[in-house]
Design a protein. Structure first.
Length: 150
């Protein structure tokens, strides 16, 4: 497949060099983008920055909004909100993950996925599936414990 002469003729990059070059390509090609999606997985650590995912029915992308940008927004990002973000496409070089650096957020209403979830929840509630009569008591000591890791 690859001979040693072919490898010797091509430059070898470090992971850092590859991620840096990829970040430059993304940043130069996508100057500022408008992306519509539904907010999920919001997190705001003690740094004050806001991290969330923007998703549609088929895909999602991670987003970061720095503390100084949040102060300028009239919209508070919440899970289930359909929004349009103005953002820069960036690659977080230490992990090799691409993300959107959000500069502005505009509300576009409740997300389709959120509305579908709420409709299903209402339907199940109307059927009485959330009633206390259907709930089983938790055991004092569990028989089995499962651990799930990524």
């Amino acid at each position: 497949m690859f001979s040693s002469t072919n490898l010797a003729q091509r430059p070898i990059m470090t992971v850092t060099q590859l991620n840096r070059a990829s970040n430059q390509l993304l940043s130069n090609h996508f100057l500022t983008v408008l992306v519509e999606g539904e907010i999920s997985n919001t997190a705001q650590p003690s740094s004050g920055h806001l991290y969330f995912s923007l998703k549609d029915a088929n895909a999602q992308v991670r987003c970061a909004m720095f503390k100084n940008q949040q102060r300028r927004q009239g919209v508070k990002p919440e899970n289930g909100k359909q929004v349009i973000v103005t953002a820069q496409v960036s690659l977080y070089e230490p992990r090799g993950d691409y993300q959107l650096i959000v500069e502005a957020i505009e509300e576009a209403g409740d997300g389709v996925l959120r509305r579908a979830f709420d409709a299903l929840k209402r339907q199940l509630s109307d059927e009485g599936l959330f009633d206390a009569t259907h709930k089983q008591p938790l055991p004092a000591l569990p028989d089995t414990i499962g651990i799930i890791t990524s």
